[in-house]
Design a protein around this ligand. Structure first.
Ligand code: ADP
Ligand code: MG
Length: 968
C-alpha cells in the first residue's frame, strides 16, 4: 500500500498562521480527504495549528480532553474473543462433545441422575478452564502494560515521563538517541538529529532531520525532514517536536499490514508441543477406549453401560488438561519473574531462558553496582588520591597524604571545569543524601570537582551550542560552549571532551600544564597511558578529558550541526579520573550459581581490558591471566576464527555494539543458547540476534527495550540468573504435573483394560471415572503447576531444548506409578467383590484409586526429592486440596444422597484402613525408587536426573554445557 504523498493544497488558514480550526484537522487526521500537510508549515505555524504553546505544552486537562476525542495513541488490539466465547470454547473439544452426548443419551434412557451429574461435571470443567485461561490472560496483559514504551512530554510547563499510548495531538515531546518516536510530530528543535526510518520507508541509513527546513507539499515521506514518524527511532542527536498525529492517524497507522503482525507469536514452543502431544494422546486413548468398548460388547456386557464407561474412560484418560496446565504454569512463572524484577516481553522466552547455556552480560551497572566514586586523579604528570564518599561534596584531593600545592589545585579545578562542561548529569540533594540525575559516571566526576573546590554554582560554562552525547561506540562525549568563565576571550567557541583515555589521547596534540597549553614532553603520552593502565589494573574505570577552542565559524556537517570529526581533534589533554564501581555482592553469588547450573558467564564491556579483567577476577568470571579479547582484537579475527576461540574467552573489553552480534553468532554456531544484555540503540541487532535479548530497564533505551525479549527492571545481573531459575522451575513444574496426570491416566486405563481382558466386571463405573477426573486430576494438577520452584534446578546442567519428555527419567516413574496404582485398585476390587459382592468391590476400588492418586500428588512435587525431604510449608494449597479431597471422598461414603449419586456403599473402619494402606503403596514404592535413583546419581561423574543428558557430550557436561547442543 502506498502512503498518501499526493500534492495536498496547503490550507490558506494554516499558512497564514491563523489556524483556529486546524486542531480539528489534526484530530481527524485519519480521514484521507485532506490531512494537514504539516511538513509545509513552519514550526511556529505547526504549533499554532496544533493548538499548543511549545514553551508550556498542553495542560493536563486539555490533554485529557484530546485523549477522549482522539483515542489512545496505539493501535486497537485485534478483537479478542469475548468472555462468552472464551467460556464456550472450553466445550469445543472432542472428548467434551462425547461427554455431552453421553449425558444426553443417559437422559434419553431415563437415567436422570447420571445425566445431571455428567452435565454438571462438564459445566464445572468448563468454568474451571475458563477461569484459568482468563487469569493467565490477565497476567500477560498486565505485563504488557509494564513493558509498554514511554515518552517524554511537556505538560503544563513540566517535562513528564508518560506511557506513549497517552500522547495526544498537540503534545510537545522531547527525545534523544535511543528513544522511539512515539507519534507523528513536527520538529520545533533538532540538534544533530538522525532517525532510523527503515520500518516506514525501507531506507536503512539514518536520515538527518531538521526543525527549520520546509519540504515541498508532495515530498515523499522519506524527504519530509521536519517530520518524525511513529514506529521509527532516534539514532543520534536530540530534539523537540509537536505531535500532529497519533495512533491509527499516523503514517504507520495507515500501513494496514504492519498492524496485524503485532501481538502474534503468543504460543510458546512448549505450549505447541503440549498441544500436539495432547491431541495425539487423545486419539490414542479414543482408539483404546473404542477397542475396550468392542471387547466389552463382545463379552456380552450391557451396551449402554459400556458406552457410558467408554466415554468416561476417554474423558478420564485423555490429557485434556495439558494445555491449561502449561498456560497456568507459564502465567504464574511470568508473574513470579515480574516480582523478581524480570519483565518478560515474549512468553516463549520464559522457556528459552530456562535452557540458556551462555549469558553474555554488560559489566557496568549490571555486574557492578553502577555507583561510581572517583578515587584517583592524574593531572600534569602527578597522581592524586581522593578521600570521601561517592557523591557528597565532602572529602579532599590528596597527594601522598598531603594537600596538593596551589598550582596543582588550580589545575585540578581546571580539569573539574572540563568535566562539568561535558556532563549533562546533575547532582542534587534529597535530605542528607546526594543523588545524581543522569549518568552515574558523570555524577562521580561532578562530585570530585566539588571536593577539589570547584564551585559549580559560580562557574559559568557559557551558552551550550551543541552536544555530541556519550556513545559507547565512540566512547566519549563532547559539548561545545560559547562564552562563560572558561572562554578564550576572543569569542571563540570551546569544545570539552570526556572519554576513554587510550582513545582520547590519540586526539590530543598538547597538554594543559601549569601555565596553560603546551606541547607533550618526550615520553609524556606513554606516562599518561601508564597511569591509565595502572588505575585500570586496580579495577578503576578511567575517564580522560581534553578541550580546544574552535575556529569560527564552526565547521558544519550534515543537518546543520557542527561536524564532529572536524571538531574533535587537536585537543589539549587535561587529565584522568579513575573511579571505583564495586561489583554487586549479589552478582558474585549469581555467578557462582551459574557455574553450578552449567551456564557460562561472559562479560562484555566498553571499559579498559585491565578494568574488565580486574572485575572479572573479583567476581570469579575468569581466573588469573585469563585471556581478554578487545574490540580491535575481535576485528582482527575472522568469524570462523572467533568461533574457534569463543569458548575460551570470558571477558571482552573495549568492544562496541557490532562486536556483540558477532559474539552472539559465534556462540550460536557452537550450539549455545545465548542470553545477551544491551542498553543502547546500537545493541538492538545483538538483542534480536540472541536467543534471549535482555534490555536494561533503568539505563536502557526504548529501542533496546523494544528489541528485547526480557527487561531487567533493576539492571541487575542477579535478576537475569533469577529469570533462568524461574524458567527452569517452570519447565520442571510442567514436567512434574504432566507426569502426575499421565501416570494417573495410565493407571485408570490399565484397571479397565485388565478387567475387560480377564473378564471381570468393570471395577469402576462411568461416574467414578468422571469423579476421578475432576477431583484427582484437576485441582491437584493445578497446585502442582503452581509449586514454588525447586532451588535444585540450578544445580543441574541446562536441559537440551529439543528433548521434552522422551527421556527415561520421565517415562520410567510414570509407567511404574501407573502400574502400581492399577494393581492396588484391582486388589481392592477383588477383595471387596469376594467379601461383599461387585458393588462393594467397586466402592473400594474407586476410593483406593482416588486416594492413591491424591497421595501420589505429594511425591509428584519433585523429581529429585523424596517426600520425606520436601518442604511442606511452601505448597499449602496442594496440602489443603488433598486433605479436602480425602475428607470429601470419605464423606461420600457416609451421606446417603451422595452414595446414591456416586453409586458407592458405606465404608467400614477396617475397610477404610485397608483402602488407605493400599493407596499408600504406590507413593511409598515410587518415593523409595526415587531416593535410590538419586543416590545412584550422586556418584561422581554422573549428571543429575530430570534433565536429558546431551548425547554427544564429550567430557564433563557441567564444564561444557554447550557441547551437547547440535549446530542450528
Ligand atoms: P561499559 O558500559 O561496558 O562500562 P561504556 O561504553 O559505557 O562501557 O564505557 C566505555 C568507556 O567510555 C569507559 O571506560 C569510559 O572511559 C568512557 N565513558 C563511559 N561513560 C562515559 C561518560 N558518561 N562520559 C565520558 N566517557 C565515558
Ligand atoms: Mg555504559
Amino acid at each position: 500500500m502506498t502512503t498518501p504523498v499526493s500534492a495536498v493544497p496547503v490550507p490558506a488558514a494554516a499558512t497564514d498562521g491563523n489556524a483556529a480550526n486546524a486542531p480539528n484537522a489534526a484530530d481527524t487526521g485519519g480521514s484521507a480527504a485532506s490531512p494537514t500537510p504539516w511538513h509545509t508549515l513552519t514550526a511556529a505555524q505547526a504549533a499554532a495549528a496544533a493548538g499548543v504553546d511549545p514553551a508550556a505544552g498542553l495542560s493536563e486537562a486539555e490533554a485529557l480532553k484530546r485523549l477522549e476525542a482522539n483515542g489512545r495513541n496505539d493501535f486497537p488490539e485485534p478483537p479478542r474473543p469475548s468472555r462468552l466465547r472464551m467460556f464456550l470454547s472450553q466445550f469445543r473439544s472432542l472428548v467434551i462433545g462425547l461427554l455431552i452426548a453421553a449425558g444426553l443419551v443417559s437422559g434419553a434412557m431415563g437415567e436422570w441422575i447420571d445425566a445431571i451429574v455428567i452435565l454438571a461435571i462438564v459445566l464445572i470443567n468448563g468454568v474451571m478452564g475458563y477461569l484459568q485461561e482468563y487469569h493467565a490472560e490477565q497476567s500477560i496483559a498486565s505485563l504488557r502494560k509494564m513493558t509498554a514504551p514511554m515518552a517524554k512530554a511537556k505538560r503544563g510547563g513540566k517535562i513528564r515521563n508518560l506511557p506513549a499510548g497517552e500522547l495526544v495531538p498537540g503534545d510537545v515531546i522531547q527525545f534523544e538517541a535511543g528513544d522511539l518516536v512515539p507519534a507523528d510530530a513536527r520538529l520545533i528543535m533538532a540538534s544533530g538529529l538522525r532517525c532510523l526510518e527503515s520500518a516506514l520507508t525501507g531506507e536503512s541509513d539514518a536520515v538527518a532531520k531538521s526543525a527549520d527546513l520546509l519540504s515541498a507539499a508532495d515530498a515523499p515521506l522519506g524527504d519530509r525532514e521536519n517530520l518524525i514518524f511513529m514506529g521509527t527511532s532516534v539514532a543520534v542527536g536530540e530534539g523537540e517536536a509537536v505531535v500532529v498525529a497519533t495512533g491509527p492517524a499516523t503514517e504507520l497507522g495507515r500501513i494496514a499490514g504492519l498492524l496485524e503482525s503485532a501481538g502474534a507469536d503468543s504460543a510458546t514452543p512448549l505450549q505447541k508441543r503440549m498441544d500436539a502431544l495432547g491431541k495425539s494422546l487423545v486419539w490414542i486413548c479414543l482408539g483404546l477406549v473404542a477397542a475396550l468398548f468392542g471387547l466389552g460388547l463382545w463379552r456380552g456386557r450391557d451396551p449402554f453401560e459400556q458406552f457410558l464407561t467408554a466415554v468416561s474412560l476417554a474423558v478420564a484418560a485423555a490429557p485434556e488438561g495439558l494445555p491449561a496446565v502449561v498456560t497456568v504454569a507459564l502465567a504464574l512463572g511470568v508473574q513470579r519473574m515480574a516480582r523478581r524484577k524480570a519483565l518478560v516481553r515474549r512468553l516463549p522466552s520464559v522457556e528459552t531462558m530456562g535452557s540458556a547455556t551462555v549469558i553474555c552480560t554488560d559489566k557496568t551497572g549490571t555486574l557492578t553496582a553502577g555507583e561510581m566514586t572517583v578515587r584517583e586523579l592524574f593531572v600534569d604528570g602527578e597522581s592524586f588520591s581522593v578521600a570521601g564518599g561517592a557523591l557528597e561534596p565532602v572529602g579532599a584531593v590528596l597527594r601522598g597524604g598531603a594537600a596538593p600545592d596551589v598550582n596543582q589545585s588550580e589545575q585540578i579545578r581546571f580539569l573539574a571545569a572540563v568535566h562539568a562542561a561535558t556532563a549533562t548529569a546533575n547532582l542534587y540533594r534529597e535530605g542528607d543524601i546526594w543523588k545524581v540525575a543522569g549518568d552515574p559516571t558523570e555524577g562521580a566526576l561532578l562530585a570530585v570537582g566539588r571536593k577539589a573546590g570547584f564551585n559549580a554554582e559560580t562557574h559559568s560554562h557559557g551558552e551550550r551550542l551543541h552536544a555530541f552525547p556519550f556513545d559507547s561506540d565512540r566512547k566519549r562525549a563532547s559539548v561545545i560552549h560559547l562564552g562563560g568563565n572558561g572562554a578564550g576571550g576572543d569569542g571563540r567557541a570551546r569544545l570539552s571532551v570526556n572519554g576513554a583515555p587510550d582513545l582520547l589521547i590519540a586526539l590530543c596534540t598538547r597538554v594543559h600544564g601549569r601555565n596553560g597549553p603546551r606541547d607533550f614532553l618526550p615520553g609524556e603520552r606513554d606516562a599518561v597511558l601508564a597511569a591509565n593502565a595502572a588505575m585500570a589494573a586496580k579495577g578503576l574505570r578511567v575517564i580522560g578529558s581534553g578541550y580546544r577552542f574552535l575556529e569560527t565559524p564552526l565547521p558544519a556537517g550534515e543537518s546543520g550541526a557542527p561536524d564532529m570529526q572536524a571538531a574533535e581533534r587537536d585537543l589539549v589533554f587535561t587529565g584522568l579520573a579513575g573511579m571505583q564501581d564495586p561489583p554487586r555482592p549479589e552478582a558474585r553469588v549469581a555467578v557462582a550459581e551459574c557455574k553450578d547450573a552449567g551456564i557460562r558467564v561472559v562479560m562484555i564491556t566498553g571499559d579498559h581490558p585491565a578494568t574488565a579483567s580486574a572485575i572479572a577476577r573479583d567476581l570469579l568470571i575468569s581466573g588469573d591471566g585469563a585471556e581478554v579479547l578487545t574490540g580491535p582484537g575481535l576485528d582482527a579475527l575472522s568469524q570462523p576464527d572467533l568461533e574457534a576461540k569463543v569458548e575460551r574467552v570470558s571477558v571482552y573489553a573495549r568492544v562496541s555494539a557490532a562486536h556483540k552480534l558477532r559474539i552472539v553468532q559465534a556462540w550460536k554456531t557452537r550450539g549455545a543458547i545465548v542470553a545477551m544484555t544491551g542498553d543502547g540503540v546500537n545493541d538492538a541487532p545483538a538483542l534480536k540476534g540472541a536467543d534471549i535479548g535482555v534490555a536494561m530497564g533503568r539505563s536502557g533505551t526504548e529501542v533496546a527495550k523494544q528489541a528485547s525479549d526480557m527487561i531487567l527492571a533493576d539492571d541487575n545481573f542477579a535478576t537475569m540468573v533469577a529469570a533462568v531459575e524461574e524458567g527452569r522451575g517452570i519447565y520442571q513444574n510442567i514436567r512434574n504435573t504432566l507426569q502426575f496426570l499421565l501416570a494417573g491416566n495410565a493407571g485408570e486405563l490399565l484397571v479397565m483394560t485388565v478387567a475387560i481382558v480377564v473378564g471381570w466386571d468393570s471395577p469402576l463405573l462411568a461416574i467414578h471415572l468422571l469423579w476421578i477426573n475432576l477431583v484427582t486430576d484437576g485441582l491437584p494438577a493445578l497446585c502442582l503447576a503452581s509449586e514454588p520452584i525447586d532451588r535444585d534446578v540450578m544445580k543441574r546442567p541446562p536441559r537440551d531444548q529439543r528433548a521434552l519428555l522422551s527421556d527415561r527419567g520421565f517415562l520410567f516413574p510414570l509407567l511404574l506409578t501407573g502400574f502400581l496404582t492399577a494393581t492396588v485398585t484391582l486388589i481392592a476390587f477383588r477383595m471387596g467383590a469376594a467379601a461383599v459382592g461387585t458393588d462393594g468391590g467397586r466402592s473400594l476400588a474407586f476410593t483406593t484409586l482416588v486416594l492413591a492418586e491424591l497421595f501420589r500428588s505429594f511425591g509428584a512435587r519433585s523429581e529429585t526429592r523424596p517426600v520425606w525431604r520436601m518442604d511442606w510449608t511452601v505448597n499449602l494449597k496442594l496440602v489443603s486440596v488433598v486433605v479436602g479431597s480425602i475428607a470429601l471422598q470419605f464423606l461420600i461414603h457416609q451421606i446417603p444422597v451422595l452414595e446414591r449419586i456416586l453409586k458407592v456403599r458405606p465404608l467400614g473402619f477396617a475397610e477404610g484402613l485397608m483402602v488407605v494402606g493400599l493407596a499408600l503403596i504406590p507413593l511409598a514404592v515410587t518415593e523409595i525408587a526415587k531416593a535410590v535413583r538419586m543416590a545412584g546419581f550422586k556418584r561422581p561423574g554422573r549428571p543429575s536426573p530430570g534433565i536429558p543428558v546431551p548425547r554427544k557430550a564429550s567430557g564433563n557436561v557441567l564444564q561444557r554445557p554447550y557441547a551437547g547442543h547440535p549446530k542450528r
